[in-house]
Design a protein. Structure first.
Lengths: 418, 418
């Protein structure tokens, strides 16, 4: 048996998984607070769902195959096509604007590298049915809330906002024909880190004007002004700035686009999104305006590690019950009872010697040892805070309904031990 | 674009997803309280990881293909091989017994039917490194806790416990040779719902003895007695009974096995598991004893729906801010502030007329409407409980740190409105 996952895939042992969960929890909490409802779709879809949106070029990056029913299928590389399919089939049942989010697992056959895997998780938030840029402001505020719940602030990240319609007008003004625009936009998208010479080379006579735009000499469009105002009203003004260098490579964006970057500029984009008013119609759905973003777990985790706000915990229970062999039934009853009351409780099922059980309790990282010795026959138990070795006695008794009462109960232990 | 998922796959719109999440939350909470730590692995693995454990016959049920790097890969049909691979690679870093759980998504190319899909979620709990049947009792108690957190009790479900070693001894006693045992066990596993005649037909001279065993005339083995005692001590005695008809088809079980069924016996098994002491070694890992169970989401959801304890909610925010156009900035500031304080808050980004905003608030199922009208300039806001139409006035002010204070704050609204 091979001991490793496939190249580009990840095993999440309990410490790494607890870090991943803290990311998921922040994403879900920010979504909930912002009024987004969660949905999920299949991880395997018809291949044509992807080729229809992105053309055949995407196939090179897909995990696709023929299933046993002779269907051409693919592991989803992104959530938007599934989202579009689901919105098309049920949007009539939902009041607009629809605010949905998801935390899908996505698959791409790419060269694995730092912060880029063949399988990753992504927070997807979308709003459908709202034409005004209030939607963009709301989406940006939601992602800022998510990042702040993870311990990041405006000093750590920046939301760079740009406007595809501004670029549209810019290109038209400088004589670029409609049919050539997508190509020029793709070129612009790939200029990050280029030298002025390289830009001159690739953009020809446009280069000088682009240079000016990059240096912020273009005034914000009306749309950008309104987005900045909305984001500021919602409390995230300091997180946001106009940066026309952001164009987003994907062909389907139609208006405001944005990317989240680390302030130091060391990593790839943490998140990206924008307005895609034509896509839902193109994918066979209704003609509905839409704004959305995606935020992957991998680059985000890199950033959180760098800022030392991502904690890897081994897990394990808070309370560990240690018992004499003769008291095993009482010990198990205590375990069952405390768990039903909401506490996380463990014990040594092999029931080794007293000292060995205590050793397991410490090795597993429990905070409390609840000691069930001979004195338990007289209603007395020992309580030990394992790290400080403080110890005291507590009382147990059986109520009329057979439930076991502890005095003090676990919620009071920290206070009592002091 | 096809509006439907592939056959056997499911879309989870917000109501269905909220039902699914309540299942996940119960699984995770029961695991946490019972001292299990979460892990996760890749959904795509080497094909040989599955053929090594289950032989080539499993391939007929797999989604497998050659990836762009010419590797034979498969979507995972179960978690145990990944779990075994991960345990083998890191078990030395963890104190035994290892208690890990996962909530993987699994894929099988099967005929879709009620409660059986081509893609489903499964709660997997495993304990590694414990020889005594205290492990079985702990696993059974954990799954009972999970079911009880979902609102099910011993009147709804039964944990049927059996013992493969008992059957081993039984078959030996009746002259079945070692090499024929797996075949006979598989036959026994498929006798559910058969007539005595059919059993005679399939089992020959064994039939009479099997009949006696089925009718509970065999005494519990020592292992079964100890499991029942442990489960009873942990508080779930009423959930559990010996039923030797349970044998579990899979070849790798070595001792106690168990299945959870609905008491009415109408559905397929809700969960199944048992001891598999030889499997980790066979899969190239260490020689470690292990017990585990799996519980799928599909049959469980059927049962919860039948018992009417599975709630589908549309989601949506609790508080909806309704504002005059002139007060938009203040309204957004209130939205941002309340969200940062942990409340779920929504508003109409299109900012239609007052009446339309209230209508959206109601359509989206908000409990509270926070009304920001002209009186807000004097520090006054309206608060409306939308379902009861009760309305009262509350105060807002800006603190020195620019934060907005509400009086009373949202935590007190229910009490104040009464």
């Amino acid at each position: 048996m091979t001991g490793q996952p496939l190249p580009g895939f990840r095993d999440f042992f309990p410490p790494e998984h607890s870090a991943l969960r803290s990311i998921f929890e922040a994403w879900r909490e920010a979504s909930r607070r912002s009024g987004f409802s969660e949905y999920e779709g299949p991880e395997l879809e018809s291949l044509e769902l992807y080729t229809e949106k992105s053309g055949d070029e995407i196939v090179a990056q897909l995990y696709h195959f023929k299933d046993k029913g002779d269907r051409e299928v693919a592991l989803r590389p992104e959530m938007t096509p599934t989202f579009a399919r689901m919105v098309a089939s049920q949007h009539r049942n939902y009041r607009k604007p629809i605010k949905w989010f998801s935390v899908p697992r996505l698959f791409r056959y790419e060269r694995p590298q730092r912060g880029r895997h063949r399988e990753h998780y992504q927070w997807n938030c979308d709003m459908v049915g709202e034409k005004s840029v209030a939607a963009e402001a709301e989406l940006i505020a939601t992602l800022c809330l998510g990042l702040s719940l993870l311990g990041l602030g405006a000093n750590d990240v920046v939301v760079k906002v740009s406007d595809r319609s501004w670029w549209d007008a810019f290109l038209a003004k400088h004589g670029v024909e409609e049919k050539d625009k997508p190509g020029v936009l793709r070129t612009l998208d790939k200029l990050e880190g280029s030298t002025p010479e390289q830009r001159k080379d690739k953009l020809g006579k446009l280069a000088g004007f682009v240079e000016e735009a990059w240096q912020g000499q273009g005034a914000d469009s009306e749309a950008l002004k309104a987005v900045h105002q909305g984001v500021k009203d919602l409390g995230y003004g300091g997180w946001c700035e106009t940066d026309l260098r952001v164009v987003r490579g994907l062909a389907y964006y139609t208006g405001v686009v944005f990317e989240v970057h680390d302030r130091a500029g060391k990593l790839r984009a943490v998140a990206g999104g924008g307005r895609y008013d034509d896509l839902l119609k193109k994918l066979g759905g209704e003609d509905l305006p839409a704004v959305g973003f995606g935020m992957g777990d991998a680059v985000l985790a890199e950033l959180l590690k760098e800022k030392k706000v991502l904690l890897e915990k081994k897990g394990g229970a808070e309370i560990f019950v240690v018992a004499e062999k003769a008291e095993k039934s009482l010990a198990l009853a205590l375990v069952g009872q405390m768990r039903r009351n909401g506490w996380s409780v463990d014990y040594d099922p092999g029931a080794g010697k007293w000292g060995k059980q205590l050793e397991v309790a410490e090795a597993k990282g429990a905070r409390w040892g609840l000691l069930v010795g001979r004195e338990s026959a007289e209603g007395r138990l020992g309580l030990k805070e394992l790290a400080t070795r403080k110890q005291l006695e507590i009382r147990w008794s059986r109520a009329a309904d057979e439930n076991i009462c502890l005095e003090p109960n676990p919620g009071e232990w920290a206070k009592v031990v002091g």
